[in-house]
Design a protein around this ligand. Structure first.
Ligand SMILES: Nc1ncnc2c1ncn2[C@@H]1O[C@H](COP(=O)(O)OP(=O)(O)OP(=O)(O)O)[C@@H](O)[C@H]1O
Ligand SMILES: [Mg+2]
Length: 314
């Protein structure tokens, strides 16, 4: 039996799952059109889940390489290159069950040779997807983007069909450089769930278990989590596994207990993150709460941008 997913990307076999057909189609179209594009959204919105789903959809036709720069922050060049190749192989093994013997590039610029080598050995067009791209050291990131940019002009020769960079914030600055192959217009944002999607998620549980959420509870979940995917699943999981375990109907009373625990007892990652970020911009947050008419939503204002990217305001 499936359940609500409370950590990491969603495994469709063990967790309730919401399809995101619009954004999926957009991403697949970009891949068909040889585009290099970016995907961003605040923490726990479903970026990795979406990208993993894309991998499944394209893996027969193309050669997706899905790696994460999550632990790359401290790495220096030599170590970066070695880990990069290892991670590429790990991704191929996970998808196709085999590793390829690859030469570790001597420099970041030599990554072009690595791409050629993979193409020659595999004979399929490559889709390079990098999760947590913002974790990369800035200097290495610059050089890395430089190679990607030079490959882009000859991408049909290299057979690097698409490059997708995933991050929590829009990678402004470097990517907006005129010479960057990453076009602002092709930036995808993963949105929070709509009300219909939240209700659909809860319905999956009702259908599979027979346990029912009172209408009022559905509304409260929607209202309190505002469609934030991680939090929506978290609240629902607490209700079905703790507050209303074994009950046929989940009531407002159960929800009150869940909400209380979320606010005062649990250290929930989503909420802890929001409180920490709010502390860093306490004065601005106070202004937004108590004098919203005096605050303009301007994404180029660094402080507004920071609160937006961390999911505090929208
Ligand atoms: N398609 C989906 N259907 C159901 N739940 C989802 C879906 N996508 C995301 N979620 C919920 O959001 C949580 C986070 O998903 P995921 O790890 O993919 O997000 P993320 O944006 O990559 O997060 P992070 O920035 O922390 O890496 C999941 O644990 C699950 O609760
Ligand atoms: Mg992720």
């Amino acid at each position: 039996m499936r359940n609500f997913c409370t950590s990491g990307p969603v495994n469709k076999e063990t967790c309730y799952y919401i399809e995101r057909p619009d954004i999926m189609k957009e991403a697949l179209d970009h891949i068909e059109n040889w585009r290099y594009f970016t995907v961003s959204a605040p923490r726990r919105t479903g970026k990795t889940t979406l990208l993993k789903d894309i991998v499944e959809k394209i893996k027969d036709k193309y050669l997706p390489i899905f790696i994460s720069f999550e632990s790359y922050g401290e790495k220096r060049k030599v170590e970066f290159l070695r880990t990069f190749v290892k991670d590429i192989n790990r991704s191929l093994k996970g998808l196709y069950g085999k590793m390829i013997d690859l030469t570790i590039p001597g420099s970041i610029d030599d990554i072009r040779n690595l791409i050629e080598e993979i193409t020659e050995k595999e004979g399929k067009e490559i889709i390079l997807m990098i999760d947590e791209f913002e974790k990369l050291d800035e200097k290495i990131m610059n050089e890395f983007l430089h190679v990607i940019r030079s490959i882009y002009h000859d991408r049909e020769i290299y057979k690097l069909r698409s490059v997708i960079l995933i991050s929590i914030g829009y990678l402004s600055g470097i990517l907006e450089d005129n010479a960057s192959p990453f076009n602002i217009a092709e930036h995808l944002e993963v949105p929070y769930f709509t009300k219909e999607q939240v209700y659909d998620l809860l319905k999956q549980h009702e259908k599979e278990t027979g346990q029912i959420f009172e209408e009022k509870v559905k509304e409260l979940i929607w209202h309190n989590a505002a469609g934030q995917p991680g939090l929506t699943n978290g609240l629902a999981y607490d209700l079905v596994m703790k507050k209303a375990k074994g009950e046929n109907i989940i009531t407002e009373k159960h929800f009150e207990k869940t909400l209380y625990d979320y606010m005062y007892v649990y250290i929930d990652k989503n909420i802890a993150n929001i409180i920490n970020k709010a502390k860093n911009e306490k004065n601005l947050i106070m202004q937004i709460l108590f004098e919203p008419q005096n605050v303009e939503f301007n994404i180029y204002d660094e402080r507004i941008n920071y609160l937006y990217l961390n999911g505090l305001i929208d």
